[in-house]
Design a protein around this ligand. Sequence first.
Ligand code: NAP
Length: 330
Amino acid sequence: MRTIVLGGTRFIGRAVVEELLAAGHEVLVVHRGQHEPQGLPDVPHLHVHRRELASRSTELRAFAAEGLIDLSAMTGGDATTALDAVPGGLSMVVASSIDVYRAFSSLWAGTVTDAVPLTEESPMRTGPPPDRAYVMEGYDYEPAEYEKLDVEAAYLDRGGVVCRLPMVYGPHDFKHREDFVLGRLRAERRRIPTGAGGLLWSRGHAADLAHGMRLALEHAGVRGEVFNLCESQCAPLRLWMEWILEAAGVETELVRVSDELLPEDLEITGNIAQHWMASAEKAREMLGWVHGDPKERVRDSVRWHLAHAPPDDPRDFAADERALDAAGPA
Ligand SMILES: NC(=O)c1ccc[n+]([C@@H]2O[C@H](COP(=O)([O-])OP(=O)(O)OC[C@H]3O[C@@H](n4cnc5c(N)ncnc54)[C@H](OP(=O)(O)O)[C@@H]3O)[C@@H](O)[C@H]2O)c1
């Protein structure tokens, strides 16, 4: 299959390109050219801001694509601009997020509204995403315009498939999801304050999610469908932290402290009422999607992140110290 990938050079998109190439696709990667890390698969690139895709529609059409995977649509405008620039009749998949569910707003609001696991039929958000002020690093959009629900609507309207992604981790993750633990290990912290760590927050390894997106692209019978893609076993936050520590092979104590004392980046380990856990049962049934063993996957990710630490960020562990002092000696 000849497939256009919008995005594709950083993390999840990179895993998608690798997945497509391994399955025999011919790929055209379309992005601005701001992120061209070493070691990317050798495929043609078209450099253009996605706002200006229409100006390159001749080149896009010349590729004679049969499929498209859109990794970089953050706003409704992002989606419609792309859809207007590519030829009709393509098989299409767009990356969305489980932030479209109402449960995400409830989690932020400190309330509980929804049963888990969340299915594709679970209630959706009715207001804007509560973390809208946050702009994903390396992207270029107005925070007030971020809305995956708009992206989904535009693609579904043209028969595209929506894949709702959870917290994504794995090699090349520029968000360094495990760093709330690994950063402390790098600073030789041997005690980490934590809350009860009971939150169920769905995760997925980039390679597994890329596999799911490829299956959705190639399956002619699922056009216009929405799929959650996430691991079926969702270790609570604290167990995930233990897996990270075990994978890093460093003896470190997780010290239970009261929620009021949790450092900001560890507040997620506190008492959170609304779980944010989805079910990918539909993807398993309709796409035959399976994923790797989550604990093995964490090991794979930690191995990569230990070898590729983020740029030095002098951190202040005063809040850790306060919490640990209150908890008493080891
Ligand atoms: N990470 C998570 O936990 C998570 C969770 C849920 C959903 N998602 C979704 O997963 C998707 C993929 O994430 P990713 O960042 O890992 O994908 P990626 O495809 O590996 O990287 C982003 C790509 O988009 C390109 N890009 C960014 N802004 C652009 C613009 N204005 N015009 C053209 N190209 C642009 C970047 O290249 P240039 O900079 O060179 O343009 C890069 O190739 C996103 O839609 C995200 O919302 C992620």
